[in-house]
Design a protein. Structure first.
Length: 162
């Protein structure tokens, strides 16, 4: 079993429900959720004229290999209504592989660690909540250190009822 960190986001439809359905589908697909971060509401980064996102990060364990995990993720996204119409555009669900153990993968269809991990507060804030000292396998910087570089991006923790 490998420890894998995944980022999930949604900004159209019933955002919180879409995230919950994605987490359930991951469990069914052979990806055990060990821990999950709080929910964060975040402003869009690249394509700004769209609704704000709900984001979270999960620490998981899986026996799937990286490409198998990517296939599982793409199937889940499709089943939950994700349509890749506009790059960086609105989506019912988005699931990204952030870190896969200490693996480094660099292929046209898959890059691990996620190539923009270090520049996205909407990922680093929940990742640092779960594992502040977790180190990037290439830069060796911790999640907390990387988060310090992106504090100018709008992210707010969502407080939910118990």
């Amino acid at each position: 079993m490998k420890t894998v960190y995944l980022a999930l986001g949604a900004n159209i439809g019933e955002r919180e429900r879409n995230l919950a359905r994605a987490l359930d589908a991951l469990e069914t697909g052979g990806v055990h959720i060990v821990r999950r971060s709080s929910l964060y509401e975040t402003e869009p980064r690249d394509l700004r004229d769209q609704p704000w996102f709900l984001n979270l990060v999960v620490e998981t364990e899986t026996s799937l290999l990286p490409r198998q995990l990517l296939s599982t993720i793409r199937r889940i996204e499709k089943n939950l209504g994700r349509k890749r119409v506009i790059a960086k555009g609105p989506r019912t669900i988005d699931i990204d592989i952030l870190l896969f153990g200490r693996f480094v993968v660099d292929t046209p269809e898959l890059q691990i660690p996620h190539p923009r991990l270090h520049e996205r507060r909407f990922v680093l804030e929940p990742l640092a909540e779960l594992a502040p000292e977790l180190r990037h396998p290439i830069t060796h910087r911790s999640a907390r250190e990387m988060l310090g570089d992106v504090m100018d991006q709008q992210v707010r923790r969502v407080v939910t009822a118990p």
